[in-house]
Design a protein around this ligand. Structure first.
Ligand code: DGL
Length: 273
């Protein structure tokens, strides 16, 4: 079983890509809605929340975990191996590699959260690949817009936010932009409108492609979704964003019930395998 987590609905962009590429995989998705947003918090707090999420997924029997969060991937990835023995897949290197490969002029932008931009993780990953000019920009409001369902291509609030944040990049000659926060592909139409002709690379989608290459095991396409608070709201937001219902009911992750839930879920998977 593959575990995926994010602070909220952003990681669904990675989940959908993973299911598109490998519908056979068994997946547990965890949205840490009790603590969203991550991107404006301190590295210590991000590490603590991410550690709990990894511990939860590991306890459910995850054989690999996709850290579908640019913020956690940028500031907490090495620290997370303390909480699990299974392989962890972050989004920074995969997104940097795709962006570097597709960029013709090697002028690459990074849109992400404040914590991610402050860490410089994407810039470093790009520079490791070769000569490059980077420009990073924090767009924290995009996370709230996505979490509250303000993502429709004609949404005036999202449109105004995109204009506000991205206007400084209009004359920048970037040909590629990494959406370094997994929430941001949900606003791709708005980003495109302000920066037409710039290639957008979703960090979660890039990481999902790497994970499937390294995950030979086949499951039965089971999906379980957990949220750490307000699961009904999470389910409704996800459905509104995606224009469809989640194929499963979102369950609340309550720490003292981990054992019961984990036992039930892993038993189902084991029985079928
Ligand atoms: N989607 C996450 C990221 O990729 C977290 C955003 C947030 O909670 O601030 O950075």
């Amino acid at each position: 079983m593959i575990g995926i987590f994010d602070s909220g609905v952003g990681g669904l962009t990675a989940l959908w890509e993973l299911r598109r590429l490998r519908p056979d995989l068994d997946i547990v998705y965890f949205g840490d809605t009790a603590h969203v947003p991550y991107g404006t918090r301190s590295p210590e707090m991000i590490r603590r929340f991410a550690g709990e999420a990894v511990g939860f997924l590991s306890g459910l029997g995850a054989e690999a975990i996709l850290v579908a969060c640019g913020t956690v991937s940028s500031v907490a990835l090495p620290a997370l191996s303390e909480h699990t023995g299974c392989p962890l897949f972050g989004v920074v290197e995969p997104a940097a590699e795709v962006a570097y490969r597709v960029s013709k002029n090697k002028k690459i932008g990074i849109l992400a959260t404040e914590a991610t931009v402050g860490s410089g993780a994407f810039d470093r990953a790009l520079r490791r690949l070769g000569p490059v000019v980077t420009r990073s920009l924090a767009c924290p409001l995009f996370v709230s817009l996505a979490e509250n369902g303000f993502t429709a291509p004609d949404d005036p609030v999202a449109r105004a936010a995109a204009e506000h944040y991205l206007a400084p990049l209009r004359e920048s000659a970037l040909d590629t932009l990494i959406l370094g926060c997994t929430h941001f592909p949900l606003l791709a139409a708005h980003i495109h409108r302000v920066l037409p002709g710039v290639r957008l690379i979703g960090a979660g989608e890039a990481a999902a492609a790497v994970l499937v290459e390294e995950t030979p095991r086949v499951g039965h396409g089971e999906l379980a979704v957990f949220a750490s608070d307000a699961p009904d709201r999470f389910e409704a937001t996800a459905a509104r964003i995606l224009g469809t219902s989640l194929p499963v009911h979102v369950q609340k992750y309550i720490p003292r019930r981990i054992q019961t839930t984990a036992g039930r879920y892993t038993d189902t998977i084991r029985k079928r395998n």
